[in-house]
Design a protein. Sequence first.
Length: 101
Amino acid sequence: MAEKHKVGSVSALAAGKPLSAKIDKQNIAVFMINGAVIATEGKCPHAGGPLHKGELDGSKLSCPWHGWTYDLTSGVCEEDPEVRLPTFPVQVEGDDIYVLL
Ligand code: FES
């Protein structure tokens, strides 16, 4: 059964800075896209770049290392549609953000 893990606050995310968290051995990146909180794998599937440091343009995230681009609403990689960024369920309670793992 999934467990709830607090990863940060909505107010911090709303300030425009993605969050990163590590739960057990899982790296997580947390973004706000059009008011919705989205949690994804934190390391780029290409070579492990830190995705929370990537550049956001709407729902498109560019990896800071080699620029692979992901659509955060679907997880699909534009350079290789076979590559999909895993996403995780999120729960928001007040200002607290939880990821379910
Ligand atoms: S590690 Fe992300 S594009 Fe290479």
